[in-house]
Design a protein around this ligand. Structure first.
Ligand SMILES: CC(C)=CCC/C(C)=C/CC/C(C)=C/COP(=O)(O)OP(=O)(O)O
Ligand SMILES: [Zn+2]
Length: 471
């Protein structure tokens, strides 16, 4: 294939990224004057300033003006909408352990309330048609803001009706009335329904069929049947399959095989085969890896592997070491007996999340059970290398970008920071990471995010308790 001029230019940028990496890695430690620090204050200032420019009525800007030219795909056209900007900005600030002031929070909650459609869901602005992507952005924003006023502003009854209207006979969901059916739509609907505690069997009917049909010969997941596997859709498909307890229907060894080849020599992730690495895939691919790390029992089952613990403990899936280094196979799994979902190590969680015929799992608990305990699978990517790409190639003075040569934007800032958080916790969410897990000073440590929803963990827990109380 003959490369176009733009591609040639892009390869030069890639070469530049690789050079930066080589330069840093080949210097003896004492000669490394590289600053790996996260420019936290600058990032928070950039983000807060951008959010303020949207207010007080949030009527000034639309997301399309703030997006970089990094991606031209339909996702970004469809992603237009101020709820997305709110999510990217507020989530980024929260991942850095900071928050916006009360006045700005109130403005955001009020604005999003005006985007809420009387018949359910959120549009890209007041009076706009409700859309599943903006609904996901709005709900994740309101959860990140937290507090009773913000959480109770979400109308869960009309939301459920909106989801039913978007559901297609194929099992998939439409992004909006008359819109396209794809894996993003499945994920956004399922993710929001799960976190709001309104997921039921009517909503999940045949969703697993649809998503399974999108897994490609490469092993990753495409946006729709017959398309190319891509990191963004792979994250969406995998997370949705976990939330509906159907993840065992994906070919996980093949998915892992695809995923592990997506981290490039430049240390960042690419979204699909033969494309350039890009900071935003730190989350889409890194998050996918973090999810798979909690599915080792299903992976083992699919590989036909049955384990006997060397140190002789019983054949119980809850006996994994609390150490994140616990290798694949240190757990006992009798083929065919493990939980389809949540085969995590749960030393302190008696019976949490077990899902089989005799212990039917409560659908809305899946996301919560999934993150309990530690993981038993070794990391599926090189975390230190990804942190290098993020801190040296994606980080700007303020904000983050796709790669050198591109400009910062809120979308990349959000997903690069989310990916960095995934690197820091590397599967362990319950205990603080060790200094050896963090590139740069320990003060770089970010807040943990729930890998299925991409919401800061504390905020997720608050929302879950709130929606469990308000049936
Ligand atoms: C929750 C939610 C709505 C998730 C969306 C997931 C997501 C990012 C999907 C990717 C869309 C896509 C095909 C991008 C390719 O863009 P490109 O061709 O510009 O980039 P590439 O060269 O890196 O593939
Ligand atoms: Zn990107």
């Amino acid at each position: 294939m003959v490369a176009t001029k733009t591609q040639e230019e892009q390869w030069m940028v890639q070469d530049q990224v690789f050079r930066i990496y080589n330069l840093v890695c080949n210097l003896p430690p004492h000669a490394q004057s590289v600053n790996f620090e996260i420019r936290r204050d600058n990032h928070v200032e950039y983000l807060t300033k951008s959010l303020k420019q949207l207010g007080p009525s949030f009527a000034v800007l639309d997301a399309k003006y703030s997006l970089s030219s990094s991606h031209s795909s339909s996702f970004y056209v469809l992603a237009q909408g101020r709820p997305w900007l709110c999510y990217w900005i507020i989530h980024s600030i929260a991942v850095m352990g900071d928050c916006i002031d009360d006045k700005l929070e109130n403005d955001v909650v009020e604005f999003l309330n005006r985007c809420q459609d009387p018949n359910g869901g959120y549009g890209g602005g007041p009076g706009q048609m409700p859309h599943l992507a903006t609904t996901y952005a709005a709900v994740n924003t309101l959860i990140t803001v937290g507090g009773d006023i913000s959480l109770s502003s979400i109308n869960r009854k009309t939301m459920y009706e909106f989801f039913l209207r978007m559901k297609d006979r194929s099992g998939g969901f439409r992004m909006h009335d008359g819109g396209e059916i794809d894996v993003r739509a499945c994920y956004t609907a399922i993710s929001v329904a799960s976190v709001l505690n309104i997921l039921d069997h009517r909503l999940i009917e045949n969703v697993g069929d649809y998503i399974s049909s999108c897994q490609t010969y490469e092993g990753g997941i495409a946006g729709e049947p017959g398309s190319e596997a891509h990191g963004g859709y792979t994250f969406c498909g995998l997370a949705a399959m976990v939330l509906i307890n159907d993840v065992h229907r994906l070919d996980l060894p093949s998915l892992i095989n695809w995923l592990v080849f997506r981290q490039g020599v430049e240390c960042g992730f690419q979204g699909r085969t033969n494309k350039l690495v890009d900071g935003c895939y730190s989350f889409w691919q890194g998050g996918t890896a973090a999810i798979i790390q909690r599915l080792h029992m299903i992976v083992n089952e699919q590989l036909g592997v049955s384990y006997i613990l060397e140190h002789g403990s019983s054949a119980n899936s809850d006996n994994c070491s609390t150490d994140s280094d616990c290798p694949v196979g240190d757990q006992v799994s009798e083929v065919g007996t493990s939980s389809p979902v949540n085969d995590i190590c749960r030393p302190e969680q008696e019976g949490a999340g077990i899902s089989n015929a005799s212990h039917p799992i409560e659908l809305n608990n899946t996301g919560d059970n999934f993150i309990r305990g530690n993981v038993c699978m070794k990391p599926l990517f090189n975390s230190m290398a990804l942190q290098q790409y993020i801190l040296l190639c994606s980080q700007e003075e303020a904000g983050f970008r796709d790669k050198p040569g591109k400009h910062r934007d809120h979308y990349h800032t959000c997903y690069v920071l989310s990916g960095l958080s995934i690197c820091h916790y590397n599967g362990i969410l319950q205990t603080p990471p060790l200094p050896r897990d963090i590139l740069g000073p320990y003060s770089n440590l970010l807040e943990p995010v729930h890998p299925l929803f991409n919401i800061v963990l504390d905020k997720y827990h608050e929302a879950r308790e709130f929606f469990a109380r308000s049936q």
